[in-house]
Design a protein around this ligand. Structure first.
Ligand code: MG
Ligand code: MG
Length: 284
């Protein structure tokens, strides 16, 4: 979750922080990276467990309760809860909901829904942030295609992450995948740096633009890359709860996000769910 307007009006944190900075972007040292690995692994574990457990009939509040309990059980705190007043540990969105959906006790998940769960965990002062889109039971071919494309767009962006490349390389790769499939890219919400703050510079955009500063990537940067693709128009509106963002044309929306470390030779996906095994080893 991140607001583009907020990024433009607040381009850099005023806080004094340790660690070398490049254009306001903190390069994480080995200790910070090791701690972010822990935080991110907790996020990955929770999202994987939710994906495995979700079934029709559950409410979005059920998922939130599960996520918060697991984040705390694994030794972290939920990054989202209380952030700018957000009331919950996950953002949860169904179908045409785009971002920042608030979990509700009366919001029942049904077969055929496109479910998005975004969460963050803070471990020893450092954050990890990730989002998945999950089909609940069988979904339409169109929904499946949108979900697969959103995930492919994220991984195309991640493939560009290495020292010497720039944010525009990430953005261009994401945009090319989305547009080749004739999906639109939401422009009002973009990715971000992540570290001792859930959201910190730089803005990680998902489309080619000169509106935001391009930045050359350096080893030690940690980025949350999080493209949002819509089946219809890119335009969105915010509901009267002042949080939940939906597509203006009520078309389906899908999003994936990973926290990614820039290395000299490439990258490491800190919130990778592919190599999770024994969660009891999380604190080792
Ligand atoms: Mg994020
Ligand atoms: Mg997120």
């Amino acid at each position: 979750m991140y607001w583009l307007s907020q990024l433009i009006s607040r381009p850099g944190s005023k806080r004094t922080v340790k660690g070398r900075r490049v254009k306001g972007v903190e390069l994480k040292n080995d200790v910070a990276i090791a701690t972010m690995r822990q935080a991110s692994r907790i996020v990955a574990t929770v999202l994987q467990e939710i994906a495995q457990r979700v079934e029709p009939g559950m409410t979005t509040a059920d998922l939130d309760a599960y996520a918060e309990a697991r984040i705390r059980e694994l030794g972290a705190t939920p990054s989202f809860k209380g952030y700018h007043g957000f009331p919950s540990s996950i953002c949860v969105c169904l179908n045409d909901e785009v971002v920042h959906g608030i979990p509700r006790r009366r919001k029942v998940i049904r077969a055929g829904d496109v479910l998005k769960v975004d969460t963050g965990a803070c471990f020893d002062g450092w954050h990890g942030d990730s989002c998945i889109t999950v089909p609940v039971g069988p979904v339409s071919d169109a929904a499946q295609h949108l979900i697969k494309t959103a995930e492919a767009a994220l991984y195309a962006g991640i493939a560009q992450v290495k020292a010497g490349n720039s944010l525009m390389d990430i953005a261009g790769a994401i945009e090319d995948v989305a547009l080749a499939a004739e999906f639109s890219i939401v422009e009002n919400y973009v990715g971000h740096g992540v570290g001792r703050n859930l959201h910190e510079p730089p803005s990680v955009f998902n489309f080619r633009t000169r509106q935001l500063p391009n930045l050359k990537l350096e080893a030690g940067m940690t980025l949350a890359i999080e493209p949002i693709l819509n089946a219809g128009s890119k335009h969105t509106r915010t509901l009267s709860d002042r949080w939940t963002v939906v597509t203006l044309d009520r078309s389906l929306s899908a999003q994936f996000e990973h926290t990614v470390l820039v290395t000299e030779t490439g990258h490491e996906i800190l919130t990778d769910r592919n190599h999770l095994d024994n969660t009891s080893s999380l604190q080792n």
